[in-house]
Design a protein. Sequence first.
Length: 534
Amino acid sequence: MNQPGKKLKLIFVPFLIIAIAIIGGYTFFNWFLFIKLHAFSLKEDIVNVWIPLALPWIPILIWLRPRIKLLYLKVKKKKGDSVGLYIAIAGFAIAIPTIVAQAYLETATGKLTKLDNISQIEKQEATKYYVLKDFYVDKSHIGVRSKFVVSGKSSQYFDMYLYVVLPILTSPDDTLHSNCVAWYGMKYHKEISNRLSQTEKEERFQQFANESQTDFDKKDANQFVYFDRIGNTDDHEEYISAIKKNKSYSNTSTIVLMPVNELFESRNGNKLAWIFGSFGIGAFVWLMMIIFPRLDETALEKFKSKAVEKSADAQEVLQFFIPRKGFFITPIIIDLNILIFIIMVFSGLGFISFRTADLLSWGANFKPSTTNGEWWRLLTSIFLHGGLMHLLANMYGLLFVGIFLEPVLGRIKYSIAYLVTGICASLTSLWWHDATVSVGASGAIFGLYGVFLVLLLTKVFPKEVSKAFLASTLIFVGYNLLMGFTGGIDNAAHIGGLISGSVIGLILYPQLKRAPEYEQVNRETQSQDLESIL
């Protein structure tokens, strides 16, 4: 068989099998489990976006990645870098049509229910879409909820939201009664820079509120074609909070309907075409990527003879989560943080970010609560994270420092250093902030970096390690502290962790200097782990 034929059989066909299995299989799974059976309720963004986005990477890493390595990719960059690019392209080529398929599934399977009046909505089986014959929207009695979210890779954005709910009644005469069975939802949003001062943010919010009020006053609430019922989303929770602020009507109903001003037949848009179009584009790009590089015949022979370990690729990924000699406590801490995050996600609290109230109920550090006898928050807060990116950033930082530091300190000293610096970071946050909800392992991680810096400066580590990582560690710490001063980050906890970690490093370094164990074995282990990260 010639090389193009081999590449199609070994790499392209497996890609197609994985893609079709995930797009078709997960779409059926979503329809059967969540839409038809209503087996259990998860946030819609988890079901429709984040699971489809994450799912392709499992078979790609386990099955497709060893086959990608058969291509001779050593051109200008390292082969590992090119393999990572190929994996990323394959992952997104499958994830994008899967996400589009879920969006199509949600609108295409949504049933339209016709109601004579709004009071019938509680007597009918819940559906996604509604048409009302007789209704009255009471714009004089509203509920409003404001929300502020810091976003962006470096917390550079400050997002402002206003959630407005209006009672939906049968006629104006119903305003004399206090019962409301459904609510008309409106949402306003504006994004500004998080670098602005508190005073500037308040001015911008007031301007945003005035603009929203003007739009609200001009809006004709009767101008729409049908209603779209809000499902289990973060927005729905914010609308419920707005409902609770409306004191004129009964707050027991949590049905929120969004007006849609387009034909019902147009609800799917071009989603169906985009499922096949995005998959076709992704498959074509993937085909072009594997056609041009030649096969590495040596690697191919090893692959055929099964000389390469079958589980090597899976082990590369899993090794950072499995405790082993010399690297035992760090994986446990990482696993515990991820486990708590997963439990919070499946409890319906969110995914990208969690609400402040939920973090507080799960054990966040908050001065009024902590100093009122709930001192356990000093510890629990270091195992909570505000969202996905917060978790990933902290776990990567912990992984990097843990590879070098844990073999030197040993399990007990390393565990004590992590917990003590984490608690010191929480105490510093309490001392600095009067009413800030603080979560995250970053205070404890900064503590470990404080220990690491002291041991680098006191030459506990081999000379080559100190040379390679002293400057980069100082830059990492300095950059993160500098970003903390721009807002949205608890820099007091970072500084408290760094200082307490430095003190612990100074206490420990004399005995570590005399320890003969830290030589070739640990050096080789760290080298292998670091190479896998990079």
